[in-house]
Design a protein around this ligand. Structure first.
Ligand SMILES: Nc1ncnc2c1ncn2[C@H]1C[C@H](O)[C@@H](COP(=O)(O)OP(=O)(O)OP(=O)(O)O)O1
Ligand SMILES: Nc1nc2c(ncn2[C@@H]2O[C@H](COP(=O)(O)OP(=O)(O)O)[C@@H](O)[C@H]2O)c(=O)[nH]1
Length: 226
């Protein structure tokens, strides 16, 4: 019988979650849901959760679990006819448990990328904040340096992507992600990929999803967000 497909993608900053999510959305027709994009949308729209979230992000902190779940879960519950891939959520065990109460996941993809690779990638990461589009000056450069391909607007580098900031971010990520990884391992849905190149990992993820997704009904395939 056909069913909807639900997946999450996890990994430290710079591990390629956004890049791989876009490839999955494009190849398999899933909707790519980015928690960072949801947060930014709420901040721009000045929703109650968005205003609250901004106070934490400004201090370089994660948004608290109850704010994050209040922001995200209703959006997921609306998507009853859609297969999706969630990127950036859950970040903590409490978020994983809240998600588990709301829906059944088929797959949790875990990206395990060496620290030196992450540092190198983030050093060259440029983003277009209004759309969330991500570039890399070596891997996928924009057509014109420093300029977004679609809008022609300027690209920026995030303070957080500096190598000095990354080490602390990564340590924090490891501490909070470990229980989430164990949670999905215990459920038997964890698939971990380790390599220095997205192009090496991608065929393996694509093969995995090909075995999991063919039973999805065509009306359950939704367009990507970008
Ligand atoms: N699941 C979450 N829990 C708590 N805060 C979150 C969550 N998702 C996003 N946020 C908040 C904190 C982040 O700094 C901010 C932007 O998120 P995101 O776009 O995922 O960027 P990021 O810079 O943390 O991730 P990355 O470097 O891994 O791409 O939104
Ligand atoms: N050199 C290189 N850069 C990559 C590779 N995969 C992704 N990137 C770039 O590395 C940066 C981080 O990737 P991103 O998808 O934003 O990771 P996220 O933080 O996990 O969402 C971006 O600038 C990407 O364009 C790769 O295999 N090699």
């Amino acid at each position: 019988m056909s069913k909807l497909f639900r997946a999450v993608i996890m990994g430290p900053p710079g591990s390629g979650k956004g890049t791989i999510s876009e490839r999955i959305a494009h190849s398999f027709g899933l909707k790519h849901l980015s928690s960072g994009d949801f947060v930014r949308e709420n901040i721009s729209a000045k929703t109650e959760a968005g205003v609250l979230a901004k106070t934490f992000i400004k201090k370089g902190l994660l948004v608290p679990d109850h704010v994050m779940t209040r922001l995200l879960l209703p959006r997921l519950e609306e998507m009853t006819k859609c297969s999706w891939l969630l990127d950036g959520f859950p970040r903590t065990l409490a978020q994983a448990e809240a998600l588990n109460s709301a829906c059944d996941l088929d797959v949790a993809i875990n990206l395990n990328i060496p620290l030196e690779t992450l540092k190198e990638r983030l050093r060259h990461r440029w983003i277009h904040p209004p759309s969330g589009r991500v570039y890399n000056m070596c891997f996928n450069p924009p057509r014109v340096q420093g300029i977004d391909d679609i809008t022609g607007e300027p690209l920026i580098q995030q303070e957080d992507d500096r190598p000095e900031a990354l080490v602390a971010r990564l340590r924090h990520y490891k501490d909070i992600a470990k229980p989430v990884i164990d949670f999905y391992k215990a459920k038997g849905i964890l698939y971990t990929y380790s390599d220095t190149e997205t192009d090496q990992i991608w065929p393996n993820i694509s093969t995995l999803l090909s075995t999991k997704i063919p039973t999805i009904q065509s009306d359950a395939r939704c367009a990507s967000t970008h």
